[in-house]
Design a protein. Structure first.
Length: 129
């Protein structure tokens, strides 16, 4: 029986069953005083070439801009599957919480994500580790 499963092990990351992700930011939006989201290209250039990693089991995010090492509580709201997104909420005592959603149900190498940090919204691509 074990031999029958071997050909399918390589497909696990493709259907969103990876243990973690490496993510890079493509776009950043900030909330203006008038309540409109504005693309922040200077912030995007600061993040260019940088990535953060996500431990899917524990919800730990390492790396800027959504690093949750200072969080007082990390809640994995959903591990995600072939029909739903991975979701993690990072609660911080003195600051706004962080929220990250990775659309693991999109079975392909580039998996889109959206993250929220205060009045900033980040979007980009994750890859299974």
């Amino acid at each position: 029986m074990r031999l029958l499963l071997l050909p399918f092990i390589g497909l696990l990351p493709a259907i969103g069953l990876a243990d973690g992700f490496s993510c890079s930011v493509n776009e950043v939006y900030s909330l203006t005083d008038s309540g409109v989201m504005r693309r922040d290209k200077s912030y995007e250039s600061l993040l260019s070439g940088r990535s953060f990693s996500v431990d899917r089991t524990r919800g730990v995010i390492t790396g800027y801009p959504l690093d949750n090492s200072s969080a007082t509580e990390i809640r994995v709201l959903s591990l995600g599957n072939e029909a739903s997104s991975f979701k993690v909420l990072s609660i911080r005592a003195k600051d706004d919480p962080y929220y990250l959603r990775i659309d693991v149900f999109r079975a392909r190498p580039d998996i889109p994500f959206v993250g929220f940090k205060g009045d900033e919204v980040f979007s980009g691509i994750c890859r299974p580790l």
